[in-house]
Design a protein around this ligand. Structure first.
Ligand SMILES: Nc1ncnc2c1ncn2[C@@H]1O[C@H](COP(=O)(O)OP(=O)(O)O)[C@@H](O)[C@H]1O
Ligand SMILES: [Mg+2]
Length: 184
């Protein structure tokens, strides 16, 4: 069978203090020893990776991202994006907050991946690496280049497929944070 190059991980975040204060309840459960979650009473969903509320940044990185970093240094491209409702934990997981304001253990994917990539490059001075990075946010209907906030949103486009489908986003509280590395 052809291997699908896209893998999907789901991460359940813990309730925030304000949610506990308002007596919100957890409605998602992990199925032990299966990569599945149950929403509500009996809606079961299967993923490539499942992380519970006590999962650490290190665990998410080691399981999902480290293998990509290895391929990246061998010349393959890799893209990681976090997808979910506002407040679901995209920025926390991808590590998009200002690095100085985040404790080392709490650092997300971006600072870990960048550190490991440049560590690898510095240990292989006999190889020429060229690294290009893009860091894009899709929010509502707009694409934003987070490395160049001066770029007008109008200059960034969602590409269409051959049928003209753009996969445009209609939900309001919705965001994607993506990081792509190209190594050549
Ligand atoms: N796995 C987690 N563990 C602890 N706190 C988390 C976790 N994921 C998210 N949070 C907290 O939840 C809140 C919302 O997360 P955030 O990453 O800002 O959401 P989003 O970027 O999807 O809107 C933040 O206060 C964040 O620190
Ligand atoms: Mg965010």
């Amino acid at each position: 069978m052809e291997e699908i190059p896209v893998k999907v991980a789901v991460r359940i975040r813990p309730l925030l203090s304000k949610e506990i204060l308002h007596n919100h309840q957890v409605c998602v459960r992990l199925v032990p020893n299966a990569k599945q979650v149950i929403i509500g009473k009996d809606h079961v969903f299967t993923f490539d990776f499942v992380f519970g509320k006590n999962s650490t940044q290190e665990e998410v990185y080691a399981v999902c991202i480290k293998p990509l970093l290895v391929s990246l240094t061998e010349g393959y491209n890799a893209t990681v994006f976090a997808y979910g409702q506002t407040g679901s934990g995209k920025t926390y997981t991808i590590g998009g907050d200002h690095i100085a304001s985040v404790a080392v253990d709490e650092r997300g994917i971006i600072p870990r991946a960048i550190q490991e990539l440049f560590q690898h490059i510095s240990e292989h001075c006999n190889i020429n690496f060229r690294v290009k990075v893009s860091y894009i946010e899709v929010y509502k209907e707009e694409l934003r280049d987070l490395l160049d906030l001066e770029t007008s949103v109008k200059e960034l486009h969602i590409r269409e497929d051959e049928k003209g489908n753009t996969g445009r986003i209609s939900a309001v509280k919705f965001g994607i944070l993506g990081l792509s590395f190209y190594c050549c």
